[in-house]
Design a binder for this molecule. Structure first.
Ligand SMILES: [Zn+2]
Length: 74
């Protein structure tokens, strides 16, 4: 089984949520492109998007227990 997809790099501080611009922890690859979400929006949209996603890179586990999370929870 061969996939043409390059090994996905880890999400970094350069990756920003498409909705609010916070650091992204979820990358959702769709047939039409790629979406990035912060922890907040990953929870909000992740479940629905995972159903239609080609592939999902979920790093939201980094948020739990991370006191350095700078997500603006307003
Ligand atoms: Zn967001």
């Amino acid at each position: 089984m061969t996939t043409a997809v390059a090994p996905s790099a880890q999400l970094t501080a350069e990756d920003r949520c498409d909705r609010c611009g916070a650091q992204a922890y979820l990358r959702v690859e769709l047939a039409i492109g790629e979406l990035l979400f912060c922890g907040h929006h990953a929870r909000e949209h992740g479940a629905a998007l995972k159903e239609i996603a080609v592939s999902v890179q979920d790093e939201t586990h980094k948020l739990t227990g991370s006191p350095a999370a700078s997500d603006d929870a307003s």
